[in-house]
Design a protein around this ligand. Structure first.
Ligand SMILES: Nc1ncnc2c1ncn2[C@@H]1O[C@H](COP(=O)(O)OP(=O)(O)OP(=O)(O)O)[C@@H](O)[C@H]1O
Ligand SMILES: [Mg+2]
Ligand SMILES: [Zn+2]
Length: 326
């Protein structure tokens, strides 16, 4: 049996499905009552209407949680955690997001503590600590997403896919935060591509302005391509401001090569050689780390197989680096 937080194995004698230390890291205490709801249906019905949010085809609900008197509870505002049950139409999204973010942390990205909570009907719910709240004091750190940073109105939610290209977002980050921060964003985009996260839109990129401009920790990263058809683009936004990157544009096989991400970086103002090195090193880490994490995860076996096959596929394309690399 594996821990629902770190995915590592538990001792035979374990009476709950967590390491005590993992509970402490996620919830700030080892003593917390996690009996959130009897079933997925009860939980979804209890979610406050105004916090309903929509993800995959507008069906993924999320809500805030807080610990009150030692018990985890749904709250309208000022929660310390965000929870997302799997949408009815897309089973195992919670398990998928948990495995993907765990992999992301393991290869070196900043990821808030997160885990799964088991309901009485055995449904697993994804829970992540809010990175914009201090768990002790409740103090807030202001964050802004890329839509807001680009000054685009949020009136029409499809704008998060169409209002800008990754190139423009990286340019904005170079301007406000410099090359190192921009490189980190590019690396997160490559990670999304490697794991089939085809929903890395403008509201899934966020920044802190204080004390210095930087990316927030990672959130909302999962292998969403396992639920979509091949006809859809593997990346949520257009890569370049004008035209398509060379490999993707000329090959027309629906895949981006590593060289396409190098081209994106260079067009945005990063140094090609540095981008190439970072991509190569990331791909190596993902190749090494992903199999064990996918295997240890709570996704069903057939989904694990498809996930691993997807990553192997993407790694092959990312290793294509020749053009535009210098
Ligand atoms: N751990 C976190 N700490 C603080 N804020 C977060 C965290 N996770 C998510 N958020 C904020 O909440 C918003 C919604 O969360 P998330 O993107 O995970 O949900 P979603 O329903 O899948 O969104 P989408 O609209 O992208 O489908 C994010 O855009 C981000 O601003
Ligand atoms: Mg999101
Ligand atoms: Zn653990």
């Amino acid at each position: 049996m594996n821990c629902l937080i770190c995915l590592k194995s538990l001792p035979e004698s374990a009476r709950i499905q967590y390491h005590g230390a993992c509970l402490g890291q996620l919830f700030g205490t080892r003593k917390v009552n996690l009996a959130l709801a009897e079933s997925r249906k009860d939980l979804v019905t209890a979610i406050p209407r105004k916090t309903h949010g929509f993800s995959i085809s507008g069906v993924q609900m999320k809500a805030q949680l807080a610990i009150e008197a030692g018990k985890l509870k749904l709250v309208d505002s000022n929660g310390q955690f965000i929870m997302k049950p799997s949408p009815e139409e897309y089973p195992y999204v919670a398990e998928n997001e948990h495995a993907t973010l765990t992999l992301m942390r393991r290869v070196g990205f900043p990821v808030p503590p997160c885990g799964l909570i088991s309901l009485k009907d055995d449904h697993l719910v994804f829970v992540i600590r809010r990175y914009d709240r201090d768990i002790e004091s409740g103090a807030r750190t202001h964050q802004e997403d890329a839509m807001q940073a680009l000054g685009i109105s949020n009136a029409d939610s499809s704008q998060k896919y169409t209002a800008a290209s990754y190139q423009e977002v990286i340019e904005l980050v170079i301007e406000h935060g410099g090359m190192a921060v921009a490189m980190e964003l590019l690396e997160r985009l490559v990670f999304s591509y490697l794991v089939g996260n085809d929903d890395h839109h403008l509201k899934n990129i966020s920044f802190f302005h204080e004390p210095v401009f930087k990316l927030t920790p990672c959130y909302d990263v999962l292998a969403s391509a396992l639920y979509s058809s091949m006809a859809e683009s593997p990346m949520a936004l257009k890569m370049l401001e004008n035209g398509e990157p060379e490999y993707y544009g000329t090959m027309g096989n629906g895949y981006f090569a590593g060289s396409d991400f190098v081209e994106l970086g260079v067009k945005a103002g990063l140094i090609g050689k540095a981008v190439k090195n970072r991509i190569t090193s990331l791909a190596r880490k993902v190749q090494k780390t992903a199999p064990a994490i996918i295997e240890a995860s709570f996704m069903p076996e057939e989904m694990k197989d498809r996930y691993q096959a997807l990553i192997s596929d993407r790694l092959r394309f990312v290793s294509l680096m020749e053009p535009g690399a210098e």
